[in-house]
Design a protein around this ligand. Structure first.
Ligand code: PEP
Ligand code: MG
Length: 889
């Protein structure tokens, strides 16, 4: 943050646009710094000044009181602006009119407030009318000002003005605002004043300077509105950044038919294609476009209506994109043929567009590969990896709207954001169906599967917000009628109620009744290219957690460089295996147990063979059985009921004996805290025949794959080790068993034996444990459970969500590693392991291995690899590269 060393005023809170530039973003906000930059470049921008974020922060800290010098600085800046423009605020002679807009460091579309036309009053309205030779425009601006100022600054409910406006239109028998005459508007201004008086209990302030002061204050306050808070949380924007306030001379897009206002993108933000993309409205004011009140026209049509301004706009778009080296989202106004830019910012885009734009900009020589990698957010990879509608669905859409944000959404219809929020948080799949969304709907949009609106265009609020979140959105589906009171939508003869399921295709804009089949995502060439660049940059390797040959093959397709965790229990649970597994658990003696294990062995061998084949040449870490045995048996209550039923109804003696035996065994094995009970290495040491069988299956699978010309790379991993002695014994067992297998086979293969580090004790005594380990793999799921002391199976469904919502915790620690706590244990484990063996291979196989933020932490510890589910492999590859780049600053 720049702190000018002026001797009279220790902190400067205010900057003329001409004094700033793009590098001053943290002080001037995104909008302010880009307006300053455009001014510097000589691009036509209305003149003005920016009240800095520092002023907002100081005000927030002082509980709403402005820093002492701020108002004087504002008056001085106003004075300079008046001099430059030759106009005076509040003067009946050449009045200056101002816009007052928020502009935070990170863009938060529509979340904060704006006041337009400030400076219009009983004294100035006629001058404006005379100057523009358009009294109707002047009076319309006046009534818009009262409406906006009253609502935003003085807290008069917006509906109060809307009601008065609707009543006036009804009385006059007209439909559109534009059909009201000058006389009507004059009358409306008086009515609006009365409405304001009624709600405020006093007159609206009439001094424009006073209004300016109050408007700046209101924009500061709008940083703290709940909807802005929700948006910040959803996008990880800190609460203490504050907003800047941009005060600029008004330019009018509503000064007749040579005036217009619009928004445009330098590339298509949905697909990334380099083409003309945008919308405009003739004779309209800026907010009309964004708010979706009138449906705008495609930008291409502006070439005919306003050719000169259009030509200048296209040239400016090109220039801005080159200058910033990224796709821009631009707001403009044409006032009587003259083009002005009101804003430029990095355009929000869908995930496919992000990849295409990044790749194209690299190919066009505008940016480097590294810059491209820094531009893409890991979450955008996630969006590309989401399912789409099966193209062979063969159904007809019930209606079509604009394809505002791609992807497929299936869910039950809800008509308001509160219900969407409530049901979405409860885990229901809902689609928010609205006439148009407003910033207040944000909490509902976040949890909905998708958004359908009947109004508004590609740049309407719903479309912009949905695209930013990678949420499917169909906008402006004018063919459907919503009756919110009856909670129904009607499309032709079809009536859908709240709770009925619909499917949105945000990629085509189509809407279907019912739930359509979804197909797995297809990654495209742009995606492959960008993730390929990431591979050249990253240091850590990326493996997958996979338990079947099929998953292993998928993981390899996604670029996995091995298996970091094969959970063998999943093989035990397969339906065709369970009877044999149960026989093994229920065995009365060793002979019986051996017989059961002999049945399971070839099945396990088959599984391992498939995985070794799919991952031929790459390491495969197979973890010995982890969960407690009772997980393979029926539930205690259910089994008690089965026995009771048989006793009452009189089953056969043999059956009863079997079920009772089963019940006794379930009782014996059931534990109060199974996650802390007889699982992992504890189980293996108690029933050594189980790991022996597994090791034999591994050995035989490896030989079979080798014989078939494959190259198995075997790593055997012991779970839930807390004591070095546990691992020493297990290693001995594994080595002895393998030695026997090697002898029988007459040849051998190389292998390693390692352990999971997933208990705090293991992390603390890692140096001792490492003596017996060839590698460590951090099981951050159990390490989080045992390190923080919260149950994996229970916490997420209960207090944890509330903790995150109310900011007790910044994130769900099972999703993003708790760096300070659990991360400290990981660090201990890493240091201990390296103290014993400096080159010890270190990996992570908990869920965090696929989480971008956590991957950054693992990179900082110098881990060898991360391992995650197959679909997250590309995200991990990308995030590992970002972690390297971020580490370089
Ligand atoms: C872990 O605990 O992090 C782990 C990978 O093992 P599991 O999730 O199977 O307990
Ligand atoms: Mg574990």
């Amino acid at each position: 943050m720049t702190t000018p060393a002026a001797s009279t005023s220790p902190v400067r809170y205010l900057y003329d646009l001409a004094d700033g530039d793009a590098s001053m973003r943290s002080l001037l906000g995104g909008k302010g710094s880009n307006l300053a930059e455009m001014t510097r470049l000589g691009i036509p921008v209305p003149d003005g000044f920016t009240v800095s974020t520092a002023a907002c922060i100081a005000t927030m800290k002082a509980g709403g009181t402005w820093p002492e010098s701020l108002w004087d600085e504002t008056l001085a800046a106003l004075d300079r602006l008046e001099q430059r423009t030759g106009r005076t605020l509040g003067s009946p002679d050449r009045p200056l009119l101002l816009s007052v807009r928020s502009g935070a460091v990170f863009s938060m579309p529509g979340m904060m407030d704006t006041i337009l036309n400030l400076g219009i009053s009983d004294e100035t309205v006629d001058a404006l009318g005379a100057e523009s030779d358009n009294p109707r425009f002047a009076w319309d601006s006046y009534r818009r000002f009262i409406q906006m100022y009253g609502d935003v600054v003085e807290g008069v409910p917006a509906y109060a003005y809307e009601d008065a406006l609707s009543a006036m239109k009804r009385q006059r028998g007209v439909e559109q605002d534009t059909d009201l005459t000058t006389k009507d508007l004059k009358e409306l201004v008086e009515q609006f004043k009365a409405v304001s008086r009624e709600h405020m209990g006093t007159e609206l302030p009439s001094d424009p300077k006073d209004q300016l002061r109050r408007s700046i204050g209101a924009v500061f306050d709008s940083w703290l509105t709940p909807r802005a808070g929700v948006y910040r949380r959803a996008h990880g924007i800190p609460d203490d950044l504050g907003t800047a306030v941009n005060v600029m001379q008004m330019v009018f897009g509503n000064r007749g038919d040579t005036s217009a206002t619009g928004v445009c993108f330098t590339r298509n933000p949905s697909t990334g294609a380099r083409e003309l993309y945008g919308e405009f409205l003739l004779n309209a004011q800026g907010e009309d476009v964004v708010a979706g009140i009138r449906t705008p026209r495609p930008l291409a049509e502006m070439e005919e209506t306003l050719p000169q301004a259009f030509g200048e706009l296209v040239a400016t778009m090109e220039r801005l994109e080159q200058h910033y080296g990224d796709m821009q989202d631009i707001e403009f106004t044409v006032e009587e043929g003259t083009l002005y830019l009101l804003q430029t910012r990095t355009g929000k885009r869908t995930a496919p567009a992000a990849f295409k734009v990044a790749r194209d900009l690299v190919e066009e020589g505008v940016i480097t590969r590294e810059q491209a990698l820094r531009r893409i957010e890991p979450a955008q990879l996630d969006q590309l990896l989401h399912p789409a509608i099966d193209p062979d669905h063969g159904q007809s859409p019930i209606t079509r709207g604009l394809n505002a944000s791609p992807g497929a959404a299936v869910g039950e219809i809800v008509f308001d954001a509160d219900t969407a929020e409530e049901r979405g948080k409860a885990g229901d799949a809902v689609v928010l169906v609205r006439w148009e969304t407003t910033p207040d709907d944000i909490a509902g949009v976040i949890v909905a599967q998708g958004v359908l609106t009947t109004h508004g265009g590609m740049t309407s609020h719903a479309a912009v917000v949905a695209r930013g979140m990678g949420k499917p959105c169909v906008a402006g589906a004018a063919g459907i009628k919503i009756d919110t009171a009856a909670k129904q939508v009607t499309v032709g003869d079809l009536v859908l109620e709240e709770g009925d399921v619909i499917t949105l295709d945000g990629t085509t804009g189509e809407v279907y009744a019912g739930a359509l089949e979804l197909v797995p995502p297809q990654v495209n060439e742009d995606f492959e290219a960008v993730v390929g660049w990431a591979d050249d940059v990253r240091r850590m390797s990326v493996r997958a957690n996979a338990d079947t040959g099929e998953d292993a093959a998928k993981a390899r397709e996604f670029g996995a460089e091995g298996i970091g965790l094969c959970r063998t229990e999943h093989m035990f649970m397969a339906e065709d295996r369970l009877p044999a597994v149960r026989r093994m658990i229920l065995a009365d003696d060793e002979t019986e147990r051996h017989a059961a294990l002999e049945t399971i062995l070839p099945m396990q061998q088959e599984d391992f063979q498939a995985i070794f084949t799919a991952m031929s040449g790459l390491p495969v870490t197979i973890r010995l059985l982890d969960p407690p045995l009772h997980e393979f048996l029926p539930d205690l209550v259910e089994q008690s009921l089965t026995v009771q039923r048989l006793e009452l109804q009189g089953g056969s003696e043999e059956q009863l004996k079997h079920e009772r035996h089963l019940l006794a065994q379930v009782k014996k094995l059931t534990e109060m805290n199974p996650m802390l009970g007889t699982r992992g290495v504890r189980l293996a040491l108690l029933y050594p025949e189980i790991p022996q069988m597994q090791v034999r299956a591994i050995a035989r699978a490896a030989f079979a794959v080798k014989d078939a010309g494959g190259e198995p790379v075997v790593e055997i991993m012991v779970p839930l080790v807390g004591y070095a002695e546990e691992l020493r014994r297990m290693r001995e067992l594994v080595e002895e068993t393998l030695a026997e297998e090697f002898q029988t086979a007459g040849h051998r293969f190389d292998y390693t034996v390692g352990t999971m580090i997933e208990l705090p004790r293991a992390a603390v005594v890692a140096e001792q444990i490492a003596e017996h380990a060839d590698f460590f793999s951090f099981g951050t799921n159990d390490l989080t459970q045992t390190g923080i002391g919260i149950s994996r199976d229970d916490a997420e469904g209960s207090f944890l969500a509330a903790y995150v919502d109310s900011d007790v915790l910044p994130d769900n620690p099972f999703a993003t590693i708790d760096v300070e706590g659990v991360g400290g244990l990981v660090r201990l484990g890493v240091e201990g392991g390296r103290a014993a063996k400096p080159d010890l291979k270190l990996g992570v196989c908990g869920e965090h291995g696929g989480d971008p933020a956590s991957i950054g932490f693992f990179e900082s510890l110098g881990m060898s690899y991360v391992s995650c589910s197959p679909y997250r492999v590309p995200i991990a590859r990308f995030s590992a590269a970002r972690a390297v780049l971020d580490g370089q600053g």
